[in-house]
Design a protein around this ligand. Structure first.
Ligand code: EPU
Length: 424
């Protein structure tokens, strides 16, 4: 199995890289392609493993998929009726394919759609109860048999109002997808306004004859069901989590990194935090530069739905804080088990104390290379950051978690001047 070997410490990197499109934007867009009669072209895609797996599912369902690595594009061509079963082999590997439940229900409401119910996850409890409750409001009923959710709307989908009990990114996207062709008007309240969700709204609006999805408040939208979607194209937004990850290579090495192909507005809170800890940040409309040459200061942070600090960026920041003199604290408000990088960073000598959803970090002068194991996508990058700062060699196992979202990760790190090797 693939491992990364990192020799550290690397100090004062001074380089630039370009970021791929956002994985979490590609996934709902790919699910939405089943709504279309003909071809959808996505550009600036992130050809990470989660996106490739979603393309495989699309092919399984009956769409033709053309991937161009050179052009960073995916073309999805729909000519025939889709299969209506999302096999557990997909939902067990990637929860986001549950988005196909909403999309297929929307396109084939009176048929029975089946999807393997996603199970446990390394980040903690992650239900799909909001998704199913929302579908029910639109007149679709489900049953659970042999681990599969079976859903249909015998009399068609009919618009209604649904208020999410808690902001949910995939829940919002799924409900939007399901309501596209529903009769009358659907109102969704307390929705996620993550840039990846507003991208999906923009894409659907741009592909229809008129803007049928409208904001009626900060977290409320109204969807006026339409008849058809024929063709579409969309340039995926830059990956804000990956961009932040590489900016933190600048922070942890106390160096300079310029990240291209990213909209700085999508990282407003994160950039505020980097400035607060003493990094110099410069940006234009498409790039962000960090200069972390001055002495950095500890801080206190709390995650939350966008525009707050993204929970995905928390473990990455935690690795940086572990190297800053003084006491920092973190409060995680989204997932119950998001500190999986902490014990691995502690193996390198970091001082991180976790109590419930809070972490207290006392910055140390030096980290030391160690063998570590990754257990989820973002903790992989946090562990890599620790290894970059650590004296000596770190061997990092189960890095396949990282390949789910980071495209060409070792290549990008090498470009930044990191001593990293892939071994099997
Ligand atoms: N929740 C429920 N019931 C539901 C849905 C959500 O209780 O039916 C809870 C969750 O357990 C969690 C909270 O609501 O406590 C928010 O979860 P959300 O639904 O927003 O998470 P998600 O949509 O499954 C997406 C990203 C995650 C990211 C979270 C939070 C995608 C494909 N995934 O997950 O990204 O951490 O939002 O921002 O967009 C990643 O990229 O590695 C990743 C995990």
């Amino acid at each position: 199995m693939l491992k990364y070997v990192i020799k550290g410490p690397t100090k004062g990197v001074n380089s630039s890289i370009s970021i791929e499109g956002a994985k979490n934007c590609c996934l709902p867009l790919l699910a939405s392609t089943v709504l279309f009669e003909d071809t959808v072209t996505l550009t600036n895609v992130n050809l990470s493993n989660d996106v490739l797996l979603t393309c495989k599912l699309l092919e399984d369902l009956g769409s033709k998929v053309e991937i161009s690595e050179k052009n960073k594009s995916i073309k999805v061509i729909n000519k025939k009726k889709h299969k209506l079963i999302i096999n557990y082999k997909y939902t067990s590997r990637m929860r986001a394919v549950v988005l196909f439940l909403g999309a297929l229900l929307s396109k084939y409401p009176k048929n029975s759609i089946q999807a393997g119910k996603p199970g446990g996850c390394s980040l903690g409890y992650r239900g799909i109860d909001f998704h199913l409750e929302g579908f029910k409001r639109l007149n679709a009923n489900h049953t659970l048999k042999d681990g599969y959710v079976k859903i249909s709307a015998k009399n068609g989908l009919i618009g209604n109002t649904y208020k999410f009990p808690k902001v949910s990114v995939t829940g919002t996207a799924n409900l939007i997808l399901s309501a596209v062709f529903a009769k009358n008007i659907t109102t969704l309240k307390n929705i996620s306004i993550e840039p990846e969700v507003t991208s999906l709204i923009d894409f659907l609006n741009n592909s229809a004859k008129f803007r049928f999805i409208k904001f009626k408040g900060k977290r409320t939208i109204q969807i006026k069901g339409i008849k058809k979607l024929i063709k579409g194209s969309y340039k995926v937004i830059g990956d804000r989590i990956n961009a932040f990850s590489y900016l933190c290579v600048g922070a942890i090495t106390r160096g300079k990194v310029k990240v291209n192909n990213i909209n700085p507005k999508h990282l407003k809170k994160e950039l505020e935090i980097l400035k607060k800890i003493g990094c110099e940040i410069k940006n234009d409309n498409f790039s962000i530069s960090i200069n972390a040459k001055k002495k950095l200061k500890p801080t206190n942070i709390t995650t939350g739905p966008w525009p707050s600090l993204a929970t995905d960026n928390m473990p990455i920041l935690m690795a940086v804080l572990a190297t800053i003199d003084g006491k920092s604290t973190i409060k995680e408000t989204i997932f119950s088990n998001r500190y999986m990088a902490a014990p691995e960073l502690s193996r390198m000598g970091a001082s991180i104390n976790i109590k419930n959803n809070k972490a207290t970090i006392i910055g140390v002068k030096n980290l030391f290379g160690a063998n570590c194991i990754c257990s989820d996508l973002r903790s992989t990058f946090a562990i890599i950051l620790g290894a970059i700062a650590a004296k000596g060699v770190s061997k990092i196992a189960r890095v396949y978690h990282g390949s789910r979202g980071y495209y060409q990760l070792p290549k990008k790190l090498k470009k930044l001047g990191i001593n990293i090797k892939s071994i099997t």
